[in-house]
Each structure stands twice: as structure tokens, then as C-alpha cells.
Design a protein around this ligand. Structure first.
Ligand code: NDP
Length: 290
């Protein structure tokens, strides 16, 4: 029987644990705060920001939303980040990507104080993760790792294939799996015979951005399949969200699989809250929650 990894239930558990820690911090007079900056009107980004706000408030943290006009200048955006960096009530800063084309994302992300970089995209955090040091870990791959650890226990020695080499998902995912002693392959659009490479995987992570591209014939029998993809498609005249994995055919072969929706997505927001809590504890010199 294929196990369906329930990211929604797992995320609810993580959020409940975060809420318990937040309540304990409040007794010490500390309230973790997350600032989210949205530039422009990208519809998907607006939904993500709304969900992040609701989840932040739900666990008892302060949520500071900054919605800026699409034409905001780089100087104004950097000035806002400087202000948030200096604000002791703000422990985490997230700039919702993608930014409008006239803004340099790297410059903007690297302006965030690395200690407040709860997305883990600052170059310092990327370097710390790559060298196995304490860092802020990107939320989506962190959520995937938590589900994998929960399912497998130890990941040591397992063959992991990550399809996708983006800075926000594929590369940090590969680093995390390496950190847990997997034998890691990173595949991408130039990989030869992708299906054969994927069939070597005990753990297959799909972060491609192509609806249902990873079908059952990419999956080794019994493998664990983590579907990071979020793709909006039209089917039978209706809008639908599907992953990068063709669920039915992959689930028929896999040992365990994450659904879309209800897999990686909810874990991403839960990990954002966990990272904000971690940042708050670190900035107050308190022990980090496990
Ligand atoms: P990117 O577009 O930045 O990267 C996609 C990667 O997939 C690239 O490395 C690309 O290779 C590779 N790729 C594209 N086509 C193929 C192909 N035919 N064969 C093999 N590899 C291919 O996407 P992201 O990493 O930002 O996101 C990936 C997916 O994850 C998307 O569906 C996105 O919506 C989703 N996502 C979900 C999140 C969540 O919370 N669940 C959070 C973030 C993203 P190359 O480098 O060679 O071009």
C-alpha cells in the first residue's frame, strides 16, 4: 500500500508546537514578529502573503504587512528593509518573490539582516547551509526534509534525486539531503535520460515547475516521492492545482508520496513560522526550539 504523506496534518502539528513556544515566550514578555513585504499585484503572491499573515497571527505572533506599489523604487524598498532590520519587534523578514522586473532581487534579499532572513535566501545563509553550519534554512526544502525524516527515520545512505536546481528549492534541498548523508543527484533540463536517473532514487524530489511531468515510469518501486510543484491548470473547463508529479501513475509505484495540494505547500508556511520562532529565540539569546 502506498502511504500518502499528509503534509496538511504534519503542518498543523508543527504550527501547534510553534504556538506553544510562542505562548511561553509571551510569558517572558517576548512576541515574535514577522514582516512580509509584497511589491506589486501578482495574484499568486497576494494569496501567499494573505495565507502567511493568517498563519502568523494564528500562532500568536505579530504580523507586519508592507504592501508596496509595483512601481516602488529600489531605493525605497532597500530603505524599508533597513528599517525592518533595525526594528527589534521584527525577528523575521520575508520579501515575497518574484519582484517586479526593475528591482534586483539579489540586491534586495542580501540587504536583509541574515539573522532575520527567515526565507534563508541571503548569501550568508546559503554559504552556511552549504558548509553544514547553523543557518536559516529555506522553508520549502526544510518542510520536505521534515516529512522525509518523519517517514524514514534515518536518511543515511539513501539515493536521492532532486529534479530542479533553483536557488530556492532544488539546490538547498540537495544540500539538506547531503547533510543527512543521502547520496544526492541534482537533475535539470539538460540531464540525459531523466527517467532512468529518477528510477535510481529511493527519494525523488520533483521541483520542476512543469505540471505532472514526473510519471510513474520515473519512479523506482517503493520510492518516496516528494512533489514540490504548484501548477495552476485548466481541466474539464475548471481551474485546478496539480504538482510536478503525475499523482495517479506515480502513486501506483511509489512506497510513499505527497499529494498536491496538501503536501509540501502547507509545510512551507509552517516552516516559515518555525524559522521566525528560531530567529526570535536566537536574537534573545534563548535556547532554540527543536
Ligand atoms: P524554477 O523554474 O526556478 O526551476 C525549475 C527547475 O526545473 C530548473 O532547475 C530547471 O532546469 C528544471 N527543469 C525545467 N524543465 C525541466 C525538464 N523538462 N526536465 C528536467 N528539469 C527541468 O522553479 P522553482 O524551483 O522555483 O519551483 C519549482 C516548482 O516548485 C514550481 O512548480 C513551483 O511552483 C513550486 N514551488 C512550490 C513551493 C511550495 O511551497 N510548495 C515553493 C516554491 C516553489 P534548468 O535549471 O536546467 O533550467
Amino acid at each position: 500500500m502506498t502511504k500518502v504523506i499528509d503534509g496538511k496534518a504534519f503542518a498543523a502539528k508543527v504550527r501547534a508546537e510553534v504556538a506553544t513556544h510562542v505562548a511561553a515566550l509571551k510569558e517572558k514578555g517576548i512576541v515574535p514578529g514577522l514582516a512580509v513585504v509584497l511589491v506589486g499585484e501578482d495574484p499568486a503572491s497576494k494569496v501567499y502573503v494573505k495565507n502567511k499573515h493568517a498563519s502568523t497571527v494564528e500562532v500568536g505572533m505579530n504580523s507586519y504587512e508592507h504592501r508596496l506599489d509595483a512601481a516602488t523604487s529600489e531605493a525605497d524598498l532597500l530603505a524599508l528593509i533597513d528599517k525592518l532590520n533595525a526594528d527589534p519587534a521584527v525577528h523575521g523578514i520575508l520579501v515575497q518573490l518574484p519582484l517586479p522586473g526593475h528591482l534586483n532581487s539579489e540586491l534586495v534579499i542580501n540587504r536583509i539582516d541574515p539573522a532575520k532572513d527567515v526565507d534563508g535566501f541571503h548569501i550568508s545563509n546559503v554559504g552556511l547551509l552549504g558548509t553544514g553550519q547553523k543557518s536559516m534554512v529555506p522553508c520549502t526544502p526544510l518542510g520536505c526534509l521534515m516529512m522525509l525524516r518523519d517517514h524514514h527515520g534515518s536518511l543515511a545512505g539513501l539515493n536521492a534525486v532532486v529534479v530542479g536546481r533553483s536557488n530556492i528549492v532544488g539546490k538547498p534541498m540537495a544540500q539538506l539531503l547531503l547533510g543527512d548523508s543521502c547520496t544526492v543527484t541534482i537533475a535539470h533540463s539538460r540531464t540525459k535520460d531523466l527517467a532512468a536517473v529518477c528510477r535510481g532514487a529511493d527519494i525523488l524530489v520533483a521541483a520542476v515547475g512543469r505540471p505532472e511531468m514526473i510519471t510513474g515510469d520515473f519512479v523506482k518501486p517503493g520510492a518516496t516521492v516528494i512533489d514540490v510543484g504548484i501548477n495552476r491548470i485548466e481541466r474539464d473547463g475548471k481551474g485546478k492545482i496539480v504538482g510536478d508529479v503525475h499523482y495517479e501513475s506515480a502513486a501506483a509505484v511509489a512506497g510513499a508520496i505527497t499529494p498536491v495540494p496538501g503536501g509540501v505547500g502547507p509545510m512551507t508556511i509552517a516552516c516559515l513560522l518555525a524559522n521566525t520562532l528560531t530567529a526570535c529565540c536566537r536574537s534573545n539569546g534563548l535556547a532554540e526550539p527543536k
